[in-house]
Design a protein around this ligand. Structure first.
Ligand SMILES: [Zn+2]
Length: 310
């Protein structure tokens, strides 16, 4: 019974985050994407430009994370969480339980056909299944965690790190950081750093601004906290179209060497797409790397990155 209560609370937290996303989505969608190329490494490449190659990908590419439709406020999967769910976790972080990261790999993305899978907004009910899928295929990814969920699912945070994935910062409660003061941005990011550290996920060196919404203040605070800003080049709109086949097709068609693929492990349809995405991209010769591996570790705090420079 206790675990059910805890689980319900965790699900409620996830739904609340999604509702928050929607609440800000409409306004945010009206604004243009932040100027690209302001940071070194961005190479003047906007997500719009890059996703144009993917056909359907370009529809909402100007502000991919922002245009959350009202119906996404309560994800369909939230109605029946216990069917597929990861085991509930204690809400209390387990102090002192620092996860040991997996051994680093040597991947030369200057020569290999690298692509970075990234998963935002978790951990959530489908993250454990995703980790099983990735482990079975020896694929490493990068997870951008919402602080409230890192606090709710410390074991998943630790597991992500222990299995060789990179754990990164996606703000405390999925805030539109451009609407915050410098102190507000610092609070969003620093609080999430602490939650991830406490969960045993290490100290992140990467952040992704929710909705891709960033500015000079965000860059400055990120720099102060030692966080590079990681945007993306392929957006399969998996938050909007909860369709496994469609998400798979968009990712596979949109991928190019050096690209960063955005997706969300809080959606069951996305997690279900991952086996086919991996199989089809592997068949095309792609190697799956984490974001630091994609850039050979050359990421500067505060700077924005959309893809590996050619
Ligand atoms: Zn997000």
């Amino acid at each position: 019974m206790t675990s059910r209560v805890r689980w319900s609370a965790a699900i409620a937290g996830t739904v609340a985050v999604c509702g928050w996303v929607s609440a800000f989505g409409t306004a945010a969608a009206d604004r243009p994407f932040p100027a690209a190329g302001a940071g070194a490494g961005a190479e003047g490449t906007t997500p719009r430009a890059r996703t144009d190659s993917g056909g359907a990908l370009s529809r909402n590419a100007a502000h991919p994370e922002s245009a959350a439709a009202p119906e996404s406020a309560v994800p369909p999967e939230s109605a029946a969480p216990r069917e597929t769910a990861a085991p509930p976790e204690s809400a209390a972080p387990e102090s002192g339980a620092a996860g040991e990261p997996a051994a680093p790999r040597r991947v030369d993305c200057a020569h290999a056909k690298c692509v970075a899978l990234t998963f935002d907004d978790g951990p959530g009910p489908y993250t454990a299944k995703l980790l099983d899928i990735l482990a079975a295929r020896h694929v490493r990814a990068t997870f951008f965690l919402v602080g409230t969920n890192a606090r709710a699912y410390p074991k998943l945070v630790r597991r992500e790190r222990a299995e060789g994935h990179v754990v990164a910062n996606h703000s405390w409660d999925h805030a539109d950081l451009r609407r915050r003061s410098a102190a507000g941005v610092r609070s969003e990011l620093a609080r999430t750093q602490r939650a991830i550290e406490r969960a045993g996920g290490g100290t992140p060196t990467l952040m992704r601004p929710p909705y891709g919404s960033t500015n000079g203040t965000v860059a400055s605070v990120a720099r102060g906290l030692g966080l590079a800003q990681i945007l993306w080049t392929v957006d399969p709109l998996d938050w909007k179209d909860r369709n496994t086949a469609l998400v798979t097709k968009r990712v596979v068609r949109g991928a190019r060497p050096g690209y960063i693929i955005l997706s969300h492990d809080i959606h069951r349809t996305t997690v279900n797409a991952v086996p086919a995405i991996i199989a089809r991209l592997k068949a095309k010769g792609y190697v799956f790397v984490t974001v630091p591996e994609l850039f050979s570790g050359h990421l500067k705090p505060g700077h924005k990155y959309f893809k590996r420079p050619r």
